[in-house]
Design a protein around this ligand. Structure first.
Ligand code: DC
Length: 234
């Protein structure tokens, strides 16, 4: 019997477009492993902050190169909360990497070529072993240009800021809507204007504008596309 090839689904797009929400649901539905690459950039940012390597927005690149050599980022599935959680060198950091302090600094870290090379290598290793659905900014363009299916998620900055604001409020984070919208816009700008792997839509990506869609509709459409593109494997 011919061996079936590993399946890779890439989900790219702007921040707070709900990439991770739908990617997780699709993963559960189709039995794929979900990998959140944004969490990996966030974990590196947290490590840099803890090492005092970001001062007034300036990053100590040389020291960060050294720190990267000893960094291990892992994900563990939490059965009770039904979610993957991020670990930095064995330490649980899921809450910390989602806070505003990290969110405000992560784009600067994600713009560094050596950080991207390091994380892209890790991501390719993860996609070598099993069927994955990976969410990020450059999955379909850089990490896996040969991905079986590529999605590009988008929605207006206001819709995305509202979603993020509600999410942070539910977590009890004190922040104004204006701050959140400013953060969304700033990240959009940095993510799409950086020199290395800027956020661009892959030519062969399926665009999902989810401003007016429910999560269920989105998942249904995406699963249909995955089934169609993979010739009914999924
Ligand atoms: O998806 P997120 O908001 O958790 O991502 C955090 C930051 O990391 C965001 O500013 C974009 C960056 N990122 C990236 O440059 N490449 C990826 N593959 C994933 C995230």
């Amino acid at each position: 019997m011919e061996e079936r090839e590993i399946m890779i689904v890439a989900v790219d797009g702007y921040s707070s477009t709900g990439k991770s929400t739908v990617a997780k649901l699709i993963a559960a539905k189709l039995g794929l492993t979900y990998i959140d690459t944004g969490a990996m950039y966030r974990a590196v940012t947290l490590a840099a902050m803890r090492g005092g390597l970001i001062a007034d927005g300036v990053i100590d690149r040389e020291k960060l190169r050294e720190v990267l050599k000893g960094i291990k980022i892992g994900f563990k599935y939490n059965r009770i909360l039904d979610r993957y959680e991020t670990y930095l060198n064995g330490e649980y950091v899921e809450e910390q990497i989602r806070g505003m302090e990290v969110s405000d600094r992560v784009s600067g870290i994600a713009a560094l070529d050596f950080v991207r090379e390091f994380l892209v290598d890790r991501q390719r290793e993860m996609g070598r072993e099993e069927d994955v659905i990976m969410d990020g900014r450059d999955i379909g363009t850089v990490v896996f240009p040969q991905a079986d299916v590529k999605f590009f998620m988008t929605a207006s900055p206001e819709v995305r800021a509202q979603r993020r604001y509600r999410e942070l409020q539910n977590k009890g984070v004190e922040v104004s809507y204006e701050e959140v919208e400013a953060n969304v816009r700033k990240r959009d700008y940095i993510d799409s204007h950086r020199e290395v792997s800027p956020l661009v839509q892959a030519e062969d990506a399926i665009v999902i504008d989810n401003g007016d869609m429910t999560i269920a509709e989105e998942v249904e459409q995406m699963v249909r596309e995955i089934r169609r593109m993979s010739g009914g494997i999924a």
